[in-house]
Write a protein that binds this ligand. Structure first.
Ligand code: ADP
Ligand code: ZN
Length: 732
């Protein structure tokens, strides 16, 4: 079936629905003004109350606004329209996740500036003949700067000549400078698919060939690249990216934490000769503007980004890659709650294009989809060039505990010393920021808690603070207990990365050590710097939280010590085992990635836990089998469906009433059950009280209409918000 490519157009006087990027669901009707024709997808300015808003022409009018109240569209914006598939994607996502369509659209719209046509930039060159001038040192410095090199803007000139913009203006008025117009869009260099990549092994080449075949002529397909860390998944999917480039198509590669992808970017440059376009939340307004337009105009050929890159208005998207597809960071938990990995598959289906998921530890959802034949799986079983998989051992912390007040078992201590003595590197993994997770008074037992959250205050000793990791609340550690007023009675309980560093320092005083946690690694620059220092062997030992678990490749790193392997197994998350397995497997994969074999020591109080047994034996399949069985029996995803409702508000009684009212009007039936309301594990968050309800349904239940009806028939309470989380991944 071939679709008509001519978009629907609306002549003057017709009525259309314009979708606005605002936190309510619907679109508003407007009239197309005189001498204007609009198409679906056009960006337009419309009057909204006293102001002018920007929206997208979405569909024929809904008819909800009476003829005499209908207002005219004010004007059309000079920017590429939102493509049809992007609009369908917004509709689909809003409908599936039960989030306001306006908010989903907002993710596709980027910054307001991007929608205005770019203004040319004024720059200066030297006049070919200089007039008679009163010369000052500042003036001559400016003329010197302009002797060679490109035209410069006023700001650039003032900076380079160390003078003020006024001097530039004076020179121009005196006739010594001429104005020129520069294009406001920086050039984007195209990645070159024909550059020589690495020579793929036979298994790599077979997988790459299949991925390449899927790109052209296209059509929807999902492939999984399943291979141990270092098996060459990135190099393999780069071949599919190259194929998309050959056909002039765009690719989006989604990475869970773009800020930490320095090595990935390096590999991309090595393969394609240039940088890709990047998209994440830390871009400046002008970077956003440029990239958004370049994507919409098809000039940006490869975009690498975090979740939100998926919603960019690609003109000609031919391939999607989701790297580390199992990663929880693909789930957005605030604002529009959605799973970018799942929505990426939907986007590929709507666009009839292939998508590749890559992971060393694919999610159970994806594994089941491969087993059921919906996705095609490719395994890359060996490490590239036969590098050895690390040798993983458990340290039974019941049998051989660390000395009191310390966290390193004798076995790990010895291994660290040996490794450092051999001139190799150590990674100690502890997923706890700061110095200690809890501070208490040893006289009265008082515990420092956040006044706005159900959470202990975490001591950050280097920053001199007790800090809440949920809301940012912090205090300086007091000298006396606020409860019993005893002086010097506060003690730190449990380890954080800073405290572990103290222990190491005492153990090996002259060690070169670094801490890698989100507190000090916040930007791609900082991450790149860290990677360089480790690669250049400027550090011997790294203490890291989960930010070091991913994708890095350090040839000299031969020992990984996991300080508390059991940490992630606590709490009521149905995916706790799966997550812990994935995280520890990834961390373990950092060891021995070069010529030298690596070893991993897991400190655990539960050496017989299925997660530990699977890690020790390297038998991933057996773990998956056990996990699959457990989930199937409990009707948990992917064998059943979950939707969480989080009821929250500042007044506890209202929140309770609202949650109970929801429970009373809960849907019922043979295929569904509703659990709760129960206080959320974080029952108070940023001053808001929280209760949770959980709807469980069979796989074939259409949950969205059920939830919609449920919410609409429940009583409303003042200052109470109900958030809907379809397919919840976290249960805090
Ligand atoms: P993964 O994504 O599975 O962790 P990568 O694709 O990042 O693996 O590969 C790990 C390292 O091995 C990279 O430095 C990569 O360039 C290199 N590599 C992978 N395959 C080959 C190959 N066939 N020839 C040479 N180097 C390779
Ligand atoms: Zn708090």
């Amino acid at each position: 079936m071939s679709k008509k490519l001519i978009p629907t157009s609306y002549p003057p006087g017709s009525h259309v629905a314009v979708q606005l990027p605002l936190p309510f669901g619907g679109a508003y009707d407007y009239r197309v003004g005189e001498q204007m024709t609009v198409m679906e997808g056009d960006f337009v300015r419309v009057p909204l109350g006293p102001r002018i808003a920007i929206g997208v022409v979405w569909s024929p009018a809904t008819g909800e606004v009476p003829e005499n109240k209908l207002k005219d569209i004010s004007s059309l914006l000079d920017c590429p329209p939102l493509p049809k598939v992007s609009r369908q994607f917004v509709d689909w996502t809003a409908n599936y996740t039960l989030q306001a369509k306006g908010l989903v659209l907002k993710m596709a719209m980027s910054v307001r500036d991007a929608l205005e046509s770019p203004k040319p930039i004024t720059a200066y060159i030297r006049a070919s003949e200089l007039p008679d001038l009163r010369m000052t040192p500042a003036r001559s410095r400016i003329l010197d700067v302009l002797k060679d090199g490109p035209p410069r803007t006023t700001t650039e000139l003032a900076r380079e000549a160390a003078t003020s913009p006024g001097v530039v203006k004076g020179l121009y008025e005196a006739g010594a400078l001429n104005k020129v117009s520069l294009s406001p869009e920086p050039e984007i260099s195209e990645p070159d698919p024909e550059r020589q990549g690495v020579t793929l092994s036979d298994t790599q080449a077979t997988a790459a060939e299949e991925l390449v075949k899927a790109v052209f002529p296209g059509g929807f397909s999902v492939s999984l690249l399943d291979g141990v860390p270092g098996s060459g998944k990135t190099e393999v999917y780069f071949e599919a990216v190259a194929e998309a480039l050959r056909h002039g198509g765009q690719t989006v590669v989604m990475l869970p934490e773009i800020a930490l992808s320095a090595q990935w970017l390096e590999r991309f440059r090595a393969r394609f000769g240039v940088d890709p376009s990047v998209w994440h939340s830390d871009l400046t307004v002008s970077q956003r503007r440029h990239t958004w337009r370049a994507v919409a105009e098809g000039r940006a050929k490869v975009v690498v980004g975090a979740r939100s890159a998926l919603f960019l208005p690609y003109l000609n998207l031919k391939l999607i890659v989701v790297d580390e597809e199992h990663d929880g960071a693909f789930k957005q938990e605030e604002g529009v709650i959605y799973n970018a990995r799942d929505m990426a598959v939907v986007r590929a289906r709507l666009g009839q294009i292939p998508i590749t998921l890559a992971s060393a530890t694919p999610s159970l959802e994806t594994i089941i989809n491969v087993a059921g034949g919906r996705y095609t799986g490719y395994e890359l079983p060996v490490r590239h060039a036969g590098a050895q998989l690390p040798d993983i051992k458990a340290v039974n912390m019941i049998k051989s505990p660390p000395p009191r007040g310390q966290w390193l078992s004798p076995a790990l201590t010895i291994a660290i010393k040996q490794t450092i003595a051999a001139g190799e590197q150590v990674l100690l993994f502890l997923n706890r920021r700061g110095y200690a997770p809890l501070t208490l008074c040893r006289t009265c037992g008082h515990r420092f808690q956040c006044p706005r959250c159900t959470a202990w205050l975490v001591e950050h000793r280097s920053a001199g603070r007790l800090q809440c990791h949920h809301c940012g609340f912090h205090i300086s550690p007091p000298s006396e207990c606020p409860e019993c007023k005893t002086e010097n009675s506060l003690v730190a309980c449990g380890p954080g990365v800073e405290r572990l560093a103290e222990e190491i320092q005492a153990l090996i005083p002259n060690i070169r050590m670094t801490i890698a946690a989100s507190d000090n690694i916040q930007s791609p620059g900082a991450a790149g710097e860290l990677v360089r220092r480790i690669e250049n062997h400027a550090v011997d030992l790294i203490i890291g939280t989960q930010i070091v678990a991913k994708g890095y490749h350090f040839p000299l790193l031969t020992l990984v010590g996991v300080i508390d392997a059991d940490l992630g197994l606590q709490g009521g998350d149905p995916r706790a085992s799966e997550r812990t397995f994935q995280l520890l497997y990834q961390v373990a994969g950092r060891a021995g990635r070069g010529e030298k074999p690596g070893r991993v020591l897991l400190q655990t109080y539960m050496p017989k836990h299925p997660v530990m047994l699977a890690l020790l034996s390297g038998d991933k399949d057996q773990f998956i089998e056990i996990e699959t069985k457990a989930r199937r029996e409990a009707m948990m995803p992917p064998f059943g469906r979950l939707v969480a409702l989080i009821v929250s508000g500042p007044i506890e009684s209202n929140v309770d009433y609202a949650a109970q009212a929801l429970a009373r009007s809960a849907p019922s039936g043979p295929n569904i059950s509703v659990l709760g309301p129960a206080p959320a594990p974080i029952a108070l968050l940023r001053g808001l009280h929280r209760r949770r309800l959980l709807l469980k349904a069979t796989k074939d239940t259409a949950v969205q209409p059920l939830i919609r009806q449920w919410i609409s028939r429940s009583e409303k309470y003042k200052k109470v918000r109900i958030q809907i989380d379809v397919d919840p991944m976290s249960f805090f």
